[in-house]
Design a protein around this ligand. Structure first.
Ligand SMILES: NC(=O)C1=CN([C@@H]2O[C@H](COP(=O)(O)OP(=O)(O)OC[C@H]3O[C@@H](n4cnc5c(N)ncnc54)[C@H](O)[C@@H]3O)[C@@H](O)[C@H]2O)C=CC1
Ligand SMILES: O=C([O-])CC(=O)C(=O)O
Length: 312
């Protein structure tokens, strides 16, 4: 017998879930089970079938199944949660908290029932609080419940810097920490273009504008789409995290992790630099922060705590 293929379940077959399913299948990270509520079952089966029919065109081997039955997720190696409502123009991510917390609880109970040893990556907003909810509901060890924000926020920052400098995105490295809200913390000191610190290449005034655009990057897309939020870059971000975990890459990736003293915070999920590998979050990297950077991170952590208070 040959090697066993990974099984990846994606919960929620909407914009982010369906796009993620296609991206992970295209990269042959494993077989994919796409799950939604019973009312959406036909549409979910249809999306999965449509993706399976793309496989011969692109030449990827991955079985893709659509379902509303969690039994089909049994023994998943990785579960990605995208289920829930998305914001519309005029809303903040935090407005989604009560509706999506309820969804997180039922989804998590079903995941745990069929895949007690899996690793969970959460996308649903407000994502820091939703990752905390999934962690508490699952009873899983903290390293196996992870939230996505930093890859996306950093990607937006890098896209804006590459555009500003007219350079390849491949040479831009950024680091965005904190909660996935408008007071997230892009760390200029740890960002560079081909190793050259950004403050040597871009004026302070323009850098401030890029930081501000990064912080409201999700809202910029929400306003343009009019009827939902971003999904291509979020799905690409989830795919990178899935690859790091399933291939045990030990990549340095900003992710939403449970903190017990790191950066001075306790009992909170927050975006920090991590090492992501086969065991999920294998380490939290503790950077030295200036007083100003730490104050900005404190403010962001405070916003996440305020959302968590709504839930308790
Ligand atoms: N953390 C991040 O960086 C990002 C987070 N998001 C969040 O991801 C979530 C999903 O966004 P979209 O895919 O654009 O929304 P969408 O509305 O296109 O899809 C959500 C899907 O979840 C399904 N769903 C609802 N309750 C469910 C349940 N109990 N079980 C299974 N499926 C269920 C819905 O039927 C729908 O198909 C939103 O909360 C959004 O704010 C989106 C982009 C980036
Ligand atoms: O902005 C939103 O509501 C969706 C999201 O989290 C993002 O695109 O960063």
């Amino acid at each position: 017998m040959g090697l066993k293929r990974n099984k990846i379940s994606v919960i929620g077959s909407g914009f982010t879930g369906a796009t993620t399913a296609l991206m992970v299948a295209q990269k042959e990270l494993g077989d994919v089970v796409l799950v939604d509520i019973p009312n959406m079952e036909n549409a979910t089966i249809g999306k999965a079938l449509d993706m399976a029919e793309a496989a011969p065109v692109w030449g990827f081997d991955a079985k893709i199944t659509g379902t509303s039955n969690y039994e089909d997720t049994k023994d998943s190696d990785l579960v990605i949660i995208t289920a829930g409502i998305a914001r519309k123009p005029g809303m903040s991510r935090d407005d989604l908290v009560n509706t999506n917390a309820k969804i997180m609880k039922t989804v998590t109970q079903n995941i745990v029932k069929y895949s007690p040893d899996t690793t969970i990556v959460v996308l649903t907003n407000p994502v820091d609080a939703m990752t905390y909810t999934v962690y508490k509901e699952s009873g899983f060890p903290k390293e196996r419940v992870i939230g996505q924000s930093g890859v996306l926020d950093t990607a937006r920052f890098c896209a804006f810097v590459a555009e500003e400098l007219n350079l390849s995105v491949k040479d831009i490295h950024g680091f965005v920490l904190g909660g996935h809200g408008d007071d997230m913390v892009p760390l200029i000191r740890y960002s560079n273009a081909g190793g050259i610190p950004l403050d040597k290449l871009i004026s302070k005034e323009r850098l401030d504008e890029i930081v501000a655009r990064t912080r409201t990057g999700g809202g910029e897309i929400v306003n343009l789409l009019g009827n939902g939020s971003a999904y291509y870059a979020p799905a690409a971000s989830l795919t990178v995290m899935a690859e790091a975990i399933l291939k045990d890459q030990r990549r340095v990736i900003p992710a939403i992790a449970y903190l017990e003293g790191e950066y001075g915070y306790n009992d909170i999920y927050l975006g920090v630099p991590t090492i992501l590998g086969g065991n999920g979050i294998e380490e939290i990297v503790q950077l030295d922060l200036t007083e100003e950077e730490k104050a900005a991170l404190d403010k962001s952590a405070e916003s996440v705590k305020n959302v968590l208070h709504v839930l308790s």
